[in-house]
Design a protein around this ligand. Sequence first.
Ligand code: MIC
Ligand code: SF4
Length: 644
Amino acid sequence: MGKTIAQKIIDAHLVEGTPAPGSEIGLHIDQTLTQDATGTMAYLEYEAMGIPRVKTELSVAYIDHNTLQSGFMNADDHRFIRTIAKKIGVRYSRPGNGICHQVHLERFAKPGKTLIGSDSHTPTAGGIGCLAMGAGGLDVAVAMGGGAYYIPYPKMMLVRLSGALRPMVSAKDVILEVLRIMTVKGGVGKIIEYGGEGVKKLSVPQRATITNMGAELGATTSIFPSDEVTRAFLLAQGRPEDWVELSADADAVYDEVIDIDLSSLSPLAACPHSPDNVKPVRSLAMTKVDQVCIGSCTNSSYTDLMTVAAMLKGKTVCPEVSLAIAPGSRQVLTMLSENGALADLLNAGARILESACGPCIGMGQSPNSGGVSLRTFNRNFEGRSGTRDAGVYLVSPETAAASCLTGYITDPTTLPPVEGIRMPEHFAVNDNMVDLPAAEEEAASVEVLRGPNIKPLPTAKALTDEMSLPCLLKVGDNITTDHIMPAGSKILPYRSNIPHLAQYCFEVCDPDFPARAQAADGGFIVGGANYGQGSSREHAALVPLYLGIRAVIAKSFARIHKANLVNAGILPLEFEHADDYDKIELGHDLTLTGVLSGLDSGYVMLTDRTAGQVIPLLCQISPRQAEIIRAGGLLNYTRERAGR
Ligand code: MIC
Ligand code: SF4
């Protein structure tokens, strides 16, 4: 039987388990990446494992999220990451060099390799044919130390593309169409491959836009073949030797196939507050716009920004609109400045931000009260922009540029098409902002510098077979990690200070939760379907752990968050019958019985003593994960195994 692209890469990297539906597999990881908002924690965890040098082919630490330095915290964390990276054998991409996924795609990602990153948009590198997955910081730390990365063996799905995009319709519209069809839950447990004749018409950065936002489908990852287009991109990046051809076999079998004719697509927008709330741009035409932000790891490639510059050239942004642009990498910004496009953007009135995540993670540029913000980003969760009542629409660079000129959401296909923007034959390659680690023999003398904001990691309490605790919070479907542990410029600097972060846990849903949890001596959270979608931030597990949460009982979980709960030592339990969710209320006294045996049998019983109901729960974890929970989390488990 023929193989899919992902199956070929999995076969070449399989170190544990059988590649069959339902089983957990362990993969050898070739490359890792971290960013600064999750990196500080990941390197603290790496240190705690006591392995002197990383064992991967390549590991890179990027600084791109916490670049607003209003206080010592972020600068201290950058210095910590810089010094520890140097010591343990990790390359360090300095602040200003760009967003991790954009830079990794340009400079390091390779077809056929495995990559995990402590950021949910790591699948961006799937655009170049790399099997790239987002993971919790601790999983990345383990992979840096040479350990395998474990995933439930995914289903294989094919999105077969035909035709070619019409002018002013872009890769963003492709992934928004996929989100419209599949929703934010539709990709859970699946690897999404792109194939068909239409693939040849998409450049590597366009492919990367699509795989990047595959994270919003909840997919394990998304991947494109590596073909002549990939070869040309790698050549233009000065690394032709990194190319290998990669495609699915003609008789590869997929569990699911959807067909999309690229030529039938029109500009789309994801409306507030979910990436799958997709509508045609033309249906939103009367919506007045207050802010437009262009950039992020989804849409800030050279061609994206050249298109925007061409659309703005000689014009002025509408007076009622604030336009902010954050080029994805220093490479892109350098090229725009050398060819004059930067001047076109500035002359039109764009506010140029440094090459970093910026507004995407609420690091500045929060919209006005009740504002409408059009963003070329990938997430529009409530409050993520920093303005709780703002409405964020996710759109293509073309739609963003058209709308900032008119002041209303504008369909770019109603404007004259931009022509003549091509992929460059040579990108402005300059790796001088990527510091190499110290040689192994010098590593011992490198001092790791840490600031006072680094606080100890919370530790899990041992589980008991019976646990009687209250329901401390009840939330609905599609709870994101931004609900659980918000980000933004005020909170992000505390990513290495769990006690401080704890004050903000679930702030958007229930601001009283942290105080209630701290007053209680432990408890449970009850959630709906797709609990923990979005970011890979392990803080969304570590902070509830700190607040005494022993189990999360939900209708279903997002993949990375479920793994993070296990890694933290928190039990992820699922309702056997989804409608039992309705029986439990906030404050109910709950008893879990058969917890220890349930780790192996997969069944735990819940008694709601307030409602007088018995509710069966599933404990759907692998035998390895059961061991991790018994050990009190992945860190203890890894240490115990190293000790043996
Ligand atoms: C995000 O886009 O939500 C982030 C910020 O990049 C996160 C990582 C984090 O929370 O630090 C992600 O996507 O994993
Ligand atoms: Fe940064 Fe936004 Fe991409 Fe997350 S989604 S890595 S915050 S640019």
